[in-house]
Design a protein around this ligand. Structure first.
Ligand SMILES: *[C@@H]1O[C@H](CO)[C@@H](O)[C@H](O)[C@H]1NC(C)=O
Ligand SMILES: *[C@@H]1O[C@H](CO)[C@@H](O)[C@H](O)[C@H]1NC(C)=O
Ligand SMILES: *[C@@H]1O[C@H](CO)[C@@H](O)[C@H](O)[C@H]1NC(C)=O
Ligand SMILES: *[C@@H]1O[C@H](CO)[C@@H](O)[C@H](O)[C@H]1NC(C)=O
Ligand SMILES: *[C@@H]1O[C@H](CO)[C@@H](O)[C@H](O)[C@H]1NC(C)=O
Length: 380
């Protein structure tokens, strides 16, 4: 009897401890989940119910002198005639690079960013320019800069300003691009901004932009759209946003900085907005959204522009893809596979289309797959 009682007590004790442990785990998780869910609920309700970002113009507008003081960096490398030598430029493509990413630039030049190839095969002028600041480490800066000058002598496609090239200076790099386009390349029909680890399916993109041109490319801004995204308030996040800098519950709509395209008129508007706005907000794609919001421009979604993450490797995907993020070592391979003429035939005819829809649904609609394109893209 006594033994039995002890055994029961012991079992209850273990149960009690187990329950407490489980409960505390749930509470810890809930707190994080709750925070996540709450901030999204707040931001979505703001975006979809209130949906007035009128405060943005008022709170970010500063005088031209103040704005000029924030962003007045001189060019260390520049090519004023890079775009001007061609009267008809379909696309000015800025790749946001960093001084040390020589190999990434090299890979881009010999694959999707090869201007000669584009002119010969696609019969349009696309100008590819790399946007850079200076190497952050002062001790190594001089020799890195010498290497850059040498690289630039050979390829003539680097545009560099005298600011430290770092994550928190990306907005300065954004302004470099729009200013350069305004001063040296106002006649380009489109401007694109892309990361240097993005794969751009140039033939698909050129075809798409030619289609847009026929419909009259005005007020055009396309990419992976973030609607009603909440600012991240966790200090350990790369995208941490202090209340002081942005006190509201949601950002205006913007496209992921990995790769987006605007028409020439929108590029001009963004430039004009940027010279009277406080550009200390260092998340560049959000700042671009703020500029656009002030000018009354809103983005449209294209299902085959990726935000984060690589697209699945498959011919059915290559046929539709515009951009895919996170490619460094596989760029040559992907370029060859994605531009293979066989890609076109795989999805031709009714059977081909059915086959590709099934494949895309399988690849993109898996649970827990958030990497690149949404499930919707399979059925578009
Ligand atoms: C933004 O504010 C400035 C002055 O603060 C004003 O001149 C301008 O017209 C406003 N722009 C829009 C689009 O409301
Ligand atoms: C920008 O810098 C140049 C010299 O580097 C100076 O002459 C000019 O006044 C500056 N502009 C602004 C708006 O601060
Ligand atoms: C770019 O393409 C042209 C023509 O297809 C080719 O001759 C050239 O070698 C390529 N450039 C690079 C850097 O690979
Ligand atoms: C941004 O660039 C400026 C000018 O070079 C520099 O003073 C500043 O420290 C840089 N900021 C960051 C966060 O790297
Ligand atoms: C720009 O914004 C920053 C951060 O919100 C603020 O500290 C700074 O005073 C502002 N600059 C101007 C000129 O208003």
């Amino acid at each position: 009897m006594f033994m039995n009682f002890r055994r029961i007590k012991k079992r209850q004790c273990v149960q009690l401890i187990g329950t407490c442990f489980a409960l505390s785990m749930v509470m810890v998780c809930w707190e994080q989940l709750d925070h996540h869910v709450m901030s999204h609920m707040k931001s979505y309700s703001y975006r979809y119910l209130v949906n007035s970002y009128n405060f943005i113009n008022k709170s970010f507008t500063i005088s031209r002198e103040e704005a000029g003081g924030l962003n007045n960096f001189s060019y260390l490398l520049n090519h004023e005639r890079k775009c001007a030598t061609y009267r008809d430029v379909l696309l000015l493509l800025f790749v946001k690079s960093s001084p040390e990413n020589v190999e990434r630039r090299q890979a881009i030049r010999s694959t999707w960013g090869n201007e000669t190839y584009i002119r010969r095969e696609l019969r349009v002028n696309v100008r590819v320019v790399f946007a850079l600041g200076v190497y952050p480490n002062v001790w190594d800066r001089a020799w890195v800069q010498r290497e850059l000058v040498r690289e630039d002598k050979r390829y003539g496609d680097l545009v560099q300003q005298d600011f430290v090239d770092s994550f928190h200076n990306l907005t300065i790099k954004l302004l470099l691009q729009f200013r350069w386009a305004h001063v040296y390349c106002r006649h380009a029909r489109f401007l694109m901004s892309a990361d240097d680890d993005v794969f751009v399916h140039m033939p698909n993109l050129v075809g798409y932009l030619q289609g847009v041109t026929q419909k009259g490319a005005r007020d055009f801004w396309v990419g992976r759209v973030h609607r009603g995204a909440p600012p991240i308030r966790r200090r350990d996040s790369k995208y941490y946003m202090p209340y002081k800098m942005y006190p509201w519950a949601s950002y205006p709509d913007y496209t992921a900085g990995a790769g987006y395209v605007v028409s020439g008129d929108v590029a001009e508007k963004i430039y004009h907005a940027s010279v009277t706005l406080n550009s200390t907000l260092y998340i560049d794609d959000v700042f671009m959204g703020i500029c656009a919001n002030v000018m009354g421009v809103s983005p449209q979604e294209h299902l085959y522009f990726s935000g984060e993450g690589k697209a699945p490797y498959h011919p059915c995907i290559y046929r539709e893809m515009m951009t895919s993020h996170g490619h460094v070592t596989d760029i040559h391979h992907l370029w060859k596979a994605a531009t293979d003429p066989a890609v076109q035939s795989v999805s031709s005819g009714l059977l081909g289309r059915l086959y590709c829809t099934a494949v895309k649904a399988m690849l993109l609609c898996r649970p827990y797959y958030f990497d690149s394109y949404s499930c919707k893209a399979a059925f578009s």
